[in-house]
Design a protein around this ligand. Structure first.
Ligand code: IDP
Ligand code: MG
Length: 155
């Protein structure tokens, strides 16, 4: 990982895959300057879904959430950059797309709380990024590489 780099876990959810928004979402993160260091297009099983969303186990929406996230393929990714976890959360917008500001990913690409397009690690939950990355990726699957614009992106 580069000196400026923090890694965060991002997942394009099944609704956005079905709606052809994978490219749009990757494009926004790339254009911002974040660096893609890992990606897998996969359909996750219920066990992994339950573990990933373990903090919501007792919530009334938990079963629906697990059903939704396992209902089709997702694009699971690791992005790296300065303050990456918090910056991705800001780009995502509020959990409910109806409350997410225009210009954010959820505010531009979704309408409904239960179909909110994207997951990103919670920056207010220390270690959530590394924990989620480890659930989906082996360390050897993450690519360390130098981005040619890094000297122009960071002071
Ligand atoms: P976040 O994705 O913005 O971090 P969380 O509160 O961690 O939001 O909730 C995880 C996911 O659970 C949300 O992204 C959304 O897909 C789903 N979810 C949260 N609250 C509700 C709800 O009230 N009804 C249905 N789904 C919900
Ligand atoms: Mg969350």
């Amino acid at each position: 990982m580069s000196e400026a780099g923090e890694r965060t876990f991002v997942m394009v959810k099944p609704d956005a895959v079905q709606r052809g928004q994978v490219g749009e979402i990757i494009s926004r993160l790339e254009t911002r300057g974040l660096k893609l260091v890992g990606a897998t297009f996969t359909r996750i099983d219920r066990e992994l879904a339950r573990e990933h969303y373990a903090e919501h186990e007792d919530k009334p929406f938990f079963d629906g959430l697990v059903g939704f996230i396992t209902s089709g393929p997702v694009m699971a990714m690791v992005w790296e950059g300065q303050d990456a976890t918090r910056q991705v959360r800001q780009m995502m917008g509020a959990t409910d797309p109806a409350d997410a500001a225009p210009g954010t990913i959820r505010g531009d690409l979704g309408l409904d709380l239960g179909r909110n397009v994207i997951h990103g690690s919670d920056h207010e939950d220390p270690g959530a990024n590394e924990r989620e990355i480890a659930l989906f990726f082996e360390e050897s699957e993450l690519v360390e590489w130098e981005q040619i614009d890094e000297t122009w992106l960071y002071e």
